[in-house]
Design a protein around this ligand. Structure first.
Ligand SMILES: O=C(O)c1cccc(C(=O)CC[C@H]2O[C@@H](n3cnc4c(=O)[nH]cnc43)[C@H](O)[C@@H]2O)c1
Length: 205
């Protein structure tokens, strides 16, 4: 099975680089954001077959009770607020009849026995939430565990277009809260993400 590991930045994958090299598992660094992710992944997929895409990275979590560092399996991801304002209402791209904003993991080719991670839904943003009022609106709209990233939905979108199995995992580096960069624990999240990734790969190859 040809696996491609996808991450936005090399920092997020750094602890696994020698592990991946030893096992001849290919990885792709896409850059941050939906446009960079879509471009880099599409370009790579034009150059050869892949059976399974695995995106790993860090992300924010809305739930203040959740533990920083925990790894989540993202089962559903959406391009946040893709649509149109209609005065006080919001119309999704589906409601406008112009496309889709909600995408899902694709697990047909994935063995059942992969390591356990809590499941979460996610939103993918161009602008990281950092204002009290917009975060309060998120809390009303989303009741299940919610992770925020800047690439996830575009990753699922490309996988769907190409018909390739795709899994996404995010370790929590920070809470979705008024901007507080000093409170991010990127080291913990990257460490846990990579330990999980290595267990996952061992279960697959
Ligand atoms: O310092 C900032 O305010 C800031 C604003 C935008 C991006 C960053 C980054 O460091 C890149 C974030 C990188 O990690 C993912 N990530 C991590 N936490 C979040 C989040 O709360 N919301 C959205 N994305 C997040 C993201 O996928 C990027 O690749 C710093």
């Amino acid at each position: 099975m040809k696996i491609l590991i996808v991450a936005a930045t090399e920092e997020e994958l750094h602890p696994s680089l020698s592990f991946l090299a030893e096992r001849q598992i290919e990885y792709l660094i896409t850059g941050v954001g939906m446009v960079a992710c879509s471009y880099a992944l599409s370009k790579r997929l034009q150059n050869g077959r892949v059976d399974l895409l695995i995106q790993v990275g860090i992300g924010g979590i809305l739930d203040r009770e959740a533990a920083l560092g925990e790894v989540y399996q993202i089962v559903q991801d959406e391009i946040f607020e893709m649509g149109a304002e209609d005065r006080e209402n919001f119309l999704t791209i589906e409601q406008l009849g112009l496309g889709a904003h909600q995408f899902y993991e694709l697990i047909d080719a994935v063995p059942k026995s992969i390591p356990f991670a809590k499941k979460a839904q996610a939103i993918t943003v161009n602008k990281v939430h950092g204002r009290e009022s917009s975060i309060a609106r998120l809390r009303i709209r989303y009741t299940k565990p919610l992770i925020e990233s800047m690439e996830g939905a575009s990753f699922f979108y490309v996988a769907l277009q190409e018909g390739i199995a795709a899994l996404q995992f995010r370790a929590v580096s920070n809470y979705v809260e008024p901007r507080n960069r000093a409170a991010w624990n990127i080291g913990l999240a990257v460490g846990n993400m990579n330990s999980f990734l290595q267990e996952l790969i061992k279960s697959l190859v």
